[in-house]
Design a protein around this ligand. Structure first.
Ligand SMILES: Nc1ncnc2c1ncn2[C@@H]1O[C@H](COP(=O)(O)OP(=O)(O)OP(=O)(O)O)[C@@H](O)[C@H]1O
Length: 286
């Protein structure tokens, strides 16, 4: 069986006569890519991630491929009869590490997430934030080929959030596929290779013409003058509208939450773009 995971014409509903959460979903998270899934509350993002992690099965359609998969669920079961280190060491051993190697890897991940002080705390007594660090560490410890993150940043402190972003970049750099859901549109903004929205009972690939953020939020209009090169692809992906107003001068519209990332993409492009003006347009509604 190929290792790459593929969802083909997948549908899921709960109960024989329950409403379909979604149908006709096709998704193939390619190796070395980052995929973002977004969508309004209750549209089926967590359901889709559970299918990707293969801890749930579709009602119709096919799921093929068997990558080594790790999953951070939206709610991590905290009341496990282990200490944090004991739990991670146990999981490391389950993933085939020797006990010594598992304990070392577990300690390293706790250290990276700033949770070493809680290594010997029973899981049931960990704070929500520390428990989330263990949830994330258990997934990364597995060195998965497919990493599935359901709101994994929620509850983490600033340093741990940044560390998780780094860990995601490391996974894709070594060839893993990473799929994530996060309520914050700034999370890994501009870094996803593919973005999808679950809505109207199916999965839509997001195009550059659709915003990733709340469509009614404030937008910025950024005017830029460029070298001869076309707009950087990252800028095209983030902008909800672009217009060439003069030779090599473009007016870009972007959700305010993404403007920093867009500006960075333009200023760090090679050769860099000249930012002529930045203007907030709070009245823009799509
Ligand atoms: N185990 C279950 N049994 C019955 N219905 C379920 C179950 N899990 C999810 N649902 C229903 O399926 C739909 C999609 O839920 P899901 O949690 O996948 O959405 P979501 O987009 O992740 O939501 P949120 O953004 O609020 O986390 C909802 O109507 C939910 O009530």
């Amino acid at each position: 069986m190929p290792r790459e995971l593929r969802l083909e014409a997948v549908g899921r509903r709960y109960g024989v006569r329950g409403p379909w959460v979604f149908r006709d979903v096709h998704l193939n998270p390619a190796p070395a890519t980052l995929t973002r899934i977004e969508g309004p509350n209750g549209t089926g993002k967590s359901t889709l991630l559970r299918l990707l992690a293969r801890i749930d099965a579709p009602t119709e359609g096919r799921v093929t491929g068997a990558p080594r998969t790790a999953y951070v669920p939206e709610r991590f079961p905290a009341a496990l009869p282990f200490t944090a280190l004991g739990y991670l060491t146990h999981l490391g051993a389950v993933h085939g590490l020797s006990r010594t190697a598992a304990e070392r890897a577990a300690g390293d991940w706790l250290d990276r997430f700033g949770a070493t002080a809680h290594a010997h705390t029973p899981m049931s007594r960990l704070s929500k934030g520390s428990s989330q660090k263990v949830a994330v560490a258990q997934a990364l410890l597995a060195e998965p080929e497919l990493l599935v993150l359901d709101e994994a940043w929620t509850g983490l402190d600033t340093d741990a959030r940044a560390e998780l972003e780094r860990a995601v970049a490391e996974r894709t750099a070594v060839g893993s596929a990473v799929v994530f859901v996060d309520h914050d549109p700034r999370r890994l903004a501009g870094r996803a290779d593919a973005e999808y929205t679950v809505r109207d009972g199916t999965l839509h690939r997001r195009t550059a013409a659709e915003p990733t953020t709340a469509p009614n939020g404030p937008h910025m209009t950024i005017e830029v003058h460029g070298p001869t090169a076309p707009l950087p692809p990252e800028a095209l992906r983030l902008a909800t509208a672009t217009e060439e107003t003069a030779d090599r001068t473009h007016r870009l519209t972007v959700p305010a939450s993404h403007s920093d990332v867009l500006l960075r993409a333009l200023l760090t492009a090679r050769p860099p773009w000249h930012v002529v003006s930045v203007r907030q347009d709070g009245s823009r509604h799509r």
